[in-house]
Design a protein around this ligand. Structure first.
Ligand code: IVH
Length: 730
């Protein structure tokens, strides 16, 4: 009888969370549980308050967040829900009533003339609809100003008689830090309001968001990385850090920008008040006339349907904007109505922040391992406690190379920030240093191949990547090369992925990719992945355990079909370094056969449009290796066609047209669509510009569709695309 041993340990004195260790038959499992019975609301409340305050201090005072924004929002939400159920817990100084941020030492503290508030958050349309309802029931007007919620830090600017006299951070909302000298270094921030275009008040507080444009952030981080220095986690923290520099000269080197979006105290004095200040949208026109930057993404709408449309359009463009946004802000347009609606202790009732789903989360880095790829490159990757980010579950993320691990400063056991922006692959951004417990350990790049044990080496001096030089025999490389042959860019064989490749090598039916096209049913009977483990009957055909499975038969069929596919796919499938689909197409169309490519010298190869010296050298070197030549020979002997038949190219309906396909289409894989375009003389591009002729939009298309709309590029759906392929643009 197996024995089960459970060990619980309270994590903190007041906490409801316990760590759990279970010993099952001698091996230990680690986990965590929450005690649901003793959930004492007072204890949980105290715990939440403490946690929120600690996170606020880290975020606002040290510019070093300890949790992701989404996790922080969840804590605040839980606190508010708890206080709604137990109002006696809601003391006046609860974080639910206060604004995050405090006055850091080192800067003079300044009292705002009018309080700077935070915003209440909505996380879905239901929240927005409920808020709209409340406003309309209160007799509030329906017209709303919709604008981006810029992810930067808020600032209050004071202009006295039109002259910029003070720039102050939000601080606790009542008092902030005087960062006037730093603020004045921001290009595009006028120090003097333009009195030619609009009347200038005797005193006005103007609120806005200081941010670092995404492009500037990327540039800064690239430069830091090249110098081997630690990089910044995100534009927001970089902007906050830049603004808090003691020396304004340092701030001046950071290309900060500002967008203004609210008025605070306003005294016209002797000037005739500008009536535009009576609406929110009018105030933006006024700000613009004064010479201040305002958002060009602001629109006015009424009703939930129109607002939903705005939110969707904004989210689609999220990644093509100059600055990061984490949502939208909705504001009642009429400023008199704003005053009537008033505010709670921390946020106005007339405005609401709608938050997009988080793209940054934190998780635990359980381990760093290395894998060897098809070109022998050995890359470290993080193994993480699985988390959901931007809609998908992520457990692994590449760390690229050892330098990258060092630059990011991550340790095994660290809490790490994981980011997945748009359709970009997930990335470990940084470690949350403040969450370290002392049990984390440094990772050391291995010196030998994780698969075959051969000592790793750099191919040439100065390379960042370490490679396993045992390309011919290293099992990891062989498996990855075989799996790659089935990938979309090569022969596009769905059943031939990494798992199948590993199973074929494991079972000993393949030593390397040379024998792939010789595989027979007899071979596959030796591969458990491709055989039936019990008798079966399907479509009237009965088969026995041990027979080749449907997938196995499909593999053989697809391999047979692959033998007649175009030459460029053969070239890609050979895993020649630097030869991807684009170079392979160029080579195939210039030479027409593998023999001709092999026979060409470096000069001839590099003269081909789209090839160049690096690829030419790589191709030459590749054919010079005896075991490579043997693979080509075996494939040829098995019937793989290594010549393109000319003349069957079909009509060139798309000659000279640049076409972008985005989102997923029903009738074409991504590769298939590209192939169809190129075969008809068109160019398949990946990014939309003013030179793009058509954008084909499939399901779940992202920012490219929005970009096309913005640039006025014609947009086609799948049916339109099929017609374009057949008939050309006419
Ligand atoms: S209005 C009284 N508009 O979001 C209303 N805030 O989460 C004050 N923010 O503290 C804010 N973009 O730093 C407003 N278009 C926008 C904004 C915006 C970003 C920031 C601001 C505020 C925070 C609240």
């Amino acid at each position: 009888m197996p024995r089960l041993w459970l060990e619980f340990k309270k994590l903190e004195p007041n906490a409801l969370n316990y760590s759990l260790r279970a010993n099952v038959g001698g091996s230990w499992w680690n986990g965590a549980v929450t005690d649901p019975i003793s959930q004492d609301p007072r204890a949980r409340h105290a715990e939440l308050v403490q946690e929120i305050e600690a996170h606020r201090a880290a975020y606002y005072e040290r510019d070093q967040p300890t949790v992701s924004d989404a996790e922080y929002d969840a804590l605040e939400r839980e606190l508010r829900e708890l206080e709604a159920m137990h109002p006696e817990l809601a003391e006046p100084d609860s974080p639910s009533h206060t604004v995050g941020g405090a006055v850091a030492t080192g800067f003079a503290s300044v009292r705002h003339r009018e309080r700077m508030m935070s915003l209440d958050n909505a996380f879905d349309l239901k929240d927005v609809a409920a808020w709209l309802d409340r406003i309309e029931k209160g007799g509030g007007p329906r017209e709303l100003v919709c604008e981006p919620k810029i992810d930067g830090l808020s600032i209050s600017l004071t202009y006295e008689d039109g002259i910029l006299t003070q720039g102050v951070t939000r601080g606790d909302g009542t008092t902030g830090e005087d960062v006037t000298a730093n603020i004045k270094t921001i290009a595009g921030l006028t120090h003097r309001l333009d009195r030619e275009r609009a009347p200038v008040p005797s005193i006005v507080e103007i609120r806005g968001e200081v941010y670092l444009p995404v492009a500037a952030f990327d540039e800064l981080n690239t430069a830091l990385a090249e110098e081997g220095k630690a990089t910044y986690a995100n534009p927001r923290n970089t902007a906050a850090g830049s603004l808090r520099q003691k020396d304004p000269k340092v701030t001046a080197t950071r290309p900060l920008a500002i967008t203004t979006y609210a008025l605070g105290a306003l005294e016209w004095g002797a000037a005739i008040p500008d009536p535009r200040a009576e609406t929110q949208i009018g105030a933006y026109a006024l700000l613009a006339d004064w010479g201040l930057p305002v958002s060009d993404l602001t629109e006015t709408h009424a009703g939930i349907a129109a607002i939903e449309g705005y939110l969707n359009r904004l989210e689609a463009r999220r990644h093509s904007l100059v600055h990061e946004i984490d949502g939208a802000v909705l504001k009642v347009n009429d400023r008199a109505a704003q005053r009537l609606l008033g505010a709670t202790s921390r946020a106005p009732r007339w405005a609401l922040a709608y938050k997009f789903p988080p793209e940054e989360v934190t998780t635990r880095l359980e381990d760093i391992r290395v894998g060897v790829g098809r070109t022998g490159r050995v890359t470290p990757y993080g193994v993480m406690t699985p988390v959901t980010v931007a809609g998908s579950t992520v457990a692994f993320a590449t760390l690229h190379n050892a330098d990258e691990v060092r630059r990011k400063g991550v340790l095994i056991g660290d809490t790490v920030v994981l980011r997945k922006a748009g359709d970009v692959i997930p990335e470990i951004v940084t470690a949350v240093v403040a969450a370290r417990t002392g049990t984390e350990r440094e990772w050391i790049m291995p010196t030998s191949c994780p698969s075959c044990g051969t000592t790793l080496a750099r191919q040439k001096e100065g390379d960042v990547d370490l490679r396993c030089p045992n390309a011919e025999k290293c099992r990891g490389q062989i498996v990855d090369r075989i799996g790659f042959i089935g990938s979309r860019g090569a022969f596009d064989i769905e059943v031939l992925g990494d798992k199948a490749a590993a199973a074929l090598v494991e079972a000993g039916v393949l030593d390397d990719e040379g024998g792939l096209f010789d595989l027979t049913e007899t071979d596959l009977k030796r591969v458990p992945l491709f055989t039936l483990d019990q008798d079966s009957k399907k479509d009237g055909v009965s088969r026995r355990a041990g027979d080749v499975s449907t997938n196995g038969l499909k593999l053989l069929e697809n391999l047979e079909a692959a033998k007649a596919r175009p030459l460029w796919r053969v070239l890609v499938a050979l895993s020649i370094r630097h030869v991807g689909p684009t170079a392979a197409r160029a080579l195939a169309s210039a030479f027409g056969s593998l023999d001709a490519i092999r026979a060409a010298d470096e000069v001839t190869l590099s003269a081909v449009d789209g090839v160049g010296p690096v690829i030419a050298r790589s191709v030459q070197e590749w054919f010079g290796v005896p075991w490579h030549a043997r693979i080509v020979e075996r494939w040829g002997a098995a019937g793989v066609r290594m010549v393109d038949e000319r003349g069957d190219a079909g009509e060139r309906t798309l000659e000279g047209l640049a076409i972008v396909v985005t989102g997923s289409l029903q009738g074409f894989s991504r590769e298939g669509a590209t192939e169809a375009i190129v075969a008809r003389g068109g160019k398949a591009s990946s990014s939309v510009s003013k030179n793009t002729d058509f954008v084909v939009v499939g399901e779940n298309a992202g920012s490219k569709a929005a970009k096309a709309e913005e640039l006025g590029v014609p947009i086609l759906d799948e049916a339109g695309f099929t017609r374009l392929l057949e008939n050309g643009p006419g």
